[in-house]
Design a protein around this ligand. Structure first.
Ligand code: NAD
Length: 510
């Protein structure tokens, strides 16, 4: 890969100023209508101006559940990379890296060189993005352990690296958090001693004060709040409580018991002008939260990190269906022994996870009416078991059975063993880096229009999320490579570059 200083686009459709990159972009797609039994496909295009801010400023991240496996591992990874630490293991000396992060460790095909060879650049070189070394980290946890103690408890980081990080991380202490035993498993009660007391409204005010304190203390331009705390049960969505911004505010002030801790965090973050990302499956981002984010012009994104089994599923099923094979049964078993697994061993919290894991093949199935009749779906079962001994090393076993030619069957079995948090942490980084970038991107249709930001529901982050929340009424895309293409092509659009088509006609047309 080329190591680039700057990437400069040379085009009449781009303009650089000290503060912004301006792109004139023609967005093209195809409108399909029905005419009797015929389908009429009509290409259309719309002109957009896209403006990307070049000044990143100082960015802070606040993690809800900072002292958990993901929170402590994220902090350790940022520090290890920032200080370029190496550590000894029985396999020799190892160095820090950001493997698993698309912004830091994956490339984007930029174009081809004069000889017709592909040229790739790191994703973070395409547009100005915050560097992970520059992130300021803070957060909350119901457990009072400092981050060094949390890292030891998590049993994820190698011992020698733990020793190197211990001093710095022991000075980091999670702020008290909101604990509602009705929402997380009863088996979490013994760690819940670092708490904000009071009514829901008082808790909301305290979270706002914490965000403000963190921002002021560190002189931050932007703070992103991300939930990586325990999976909650779904809140029971009630009309008059969750359905609008106004009702949610009333219900918050009335201390309504169906307002979950995560929803309180989301409201506080939005009201402090911070993007809020939900890394767990629960339905935090109810209609009232989305409406408030829209009104305040800040992003929300969710739900649930797409780290391992589901990521593979959203590739495999896409591959099978697009190969013309018909998956008819998908059975997924997991066992894990970390605190996430312990919490998920309670039925209501498992149910939240089961829901986000269940709908991930719907768009692929619905895309192929040749294989599936209207409403037909494969059998799809998800099982999760808590096995303490395996700790953070999650096992995922999947069986995919498909119907092939003339009703033959094909069964694929996948066994996946991986440190759960080492998969999730790069996703946390990418969510933060991309959310921060997209907050600097705005659009208008013509020069006389006001600039406006992307929709408050930040669906381009879908690649990183198991059950992507999308703006009301828009289709959900789960297929991984479509999600990835969406990110790559939005980045390209910001630079007035055409979408990557992979046609490579240069090599095909004489
Ligand atoms: P963990 O149990 O180690 O960490 C969660 C932390 O949240 C704990 O320290 C707990 O004390 C704290 N907590 C619980 N309720 C809280 C509250 N209301 N406010 C503040 N802190 C609170 O779990 P983990 O392995 O770090 O996973 C975190 C979340 O990410 C889980 O919900 C999990 O389902 C989700 N997730 C993880 C992965 C992955 O690790 N690969 C993938 C997808 C989703």
């Amino acid at each position: 890969m080329d190591t680039l200083g700057n990437l400069i686009v040379s085009s009449p459709n781009i303009k650089y100023t000290d503060d912004f990159i301006y792109s004139d972009y023609e967005y093209k797609d195809t409108l399909v209508t029905r005419n009797g039994n015929d389908l009429v496909a009509k290409p259309y295009q719309s002109s957009l101006q896209i403006r990307t801010g070049r000044r990143i400023g100082k960015v802070g991240v606040m993690l809800v559940g900072w002292g958990g496996n993901n929170g402590s591992t994220f902090t350790a990874a940022v520090l290890a990379n920032r200080h370029q630490l190496s550590w000894n293991t029985r396999n020799g000396k190892l160095d820090s890296n950001w493997f698993g992060s698309i912004t830091q460790a994956s490339t984007v095909r930029l174009g081809l060189d004069e000889k017709g060879n592909d040229v790739f650049v790191g994703m973070s070189q395409v547009l100005p993005m915050v560097h992970p070394d520059d992130l300021v980290i803070d957060g909350w946890d119901i457990s009072p352990l400092n981050l060094a103690e949390s890292m030891v408890r998590a049993k994820v980081i190698e011992y020698d690296l733990q020793m190197k990080l211990k001093k710095e991380m022991s000075a980091m202490k999670p702020r008290p958090a909101i604990y509602d035993p009705d929402f997380i498993a009863a088996n979490q009660a013994d760690r819940a001693t670092n708490l904000i007391r009071g009514t829901r409204y008082e808790q909301y005010l305290q979270i706002r004060a914490d965000i403000k304190d963190f921002r002021d203390e560190n002189d931050l331009d932007k703070v992103i709040v991300l939930w990586t705390a325990n999976t909650e049960r779904f809140c029971e969505v009630k009309p008059g409580v969750h359905d609008s911004d106004v009702n949610l505010e009333k219900a918050l002030r009335a201390n309504d018991p169906e307002i979950s801790p995560s929803t309180i965090f989301a409201l506080a973050a939005i009201d402090e002008g911070c993007c809020y990302i939900n890394g767990s499956p629960q339905n935090t981002l109810v209609a009232g939260v989305v409406e408030r984010a829209e009104k305040r012009g800040v992003f929300v994104a969710g739900d649930d990190f797409k780290s391992g089994q589901t990521k593979l599923k959203s590739v495999l099923v896409d591959f099978l269906v697009s190969a013309g094979l018909k998956p008819v049964s998908i059975v997924s078993y997991n066992h894990l022994g970390n605190n996430d697994g312990k919490n998920l061993s309670a039925p209501k919290q498992f149910r939240s996870k089961e829901i986000t894991k269940s709908n991930v093949v719907d768009d692929m199935v619905e895309s192929n009416r040749i294989l599936y009749a209207q409403g037909e779906k494969p059998d799809h079962v998800v099982v999760i078991k808590y096995v303490p001994y395996v700790g953070d090393s999650k096992r995922a076993m999947d069986e995919y059975t498909s119907e092939i030619l003339l009703h033959g069957t094909n069964t694929i079995v996948v066994h996946n063993t991986c440190e759960d948090s080492l998969l999730a942490v790069p996703l946390i980084l990418d969510l933060v880096v991309l959310a921060e970038l997209f907050a600097r991107v705005s659009f208008r249709r013509q020069a006389t229009d006001e600039w406006s930001g992307m929709h408050a529901v930040l669906s381009p982050l879908a690649y990183l999320l198991k059950a992507p929340l999308v703006p009301p009424g828009t289709p959900v895309v789960n297929a991984l490579f479509k999600q990835r293409a969406c990110i790559d092509n939005i980045l390209r659009a910001c630079l007035a570059l055409p979408p990557a088509t992979h046609m490579q006609l240069e090599h095909k047309v004489p």
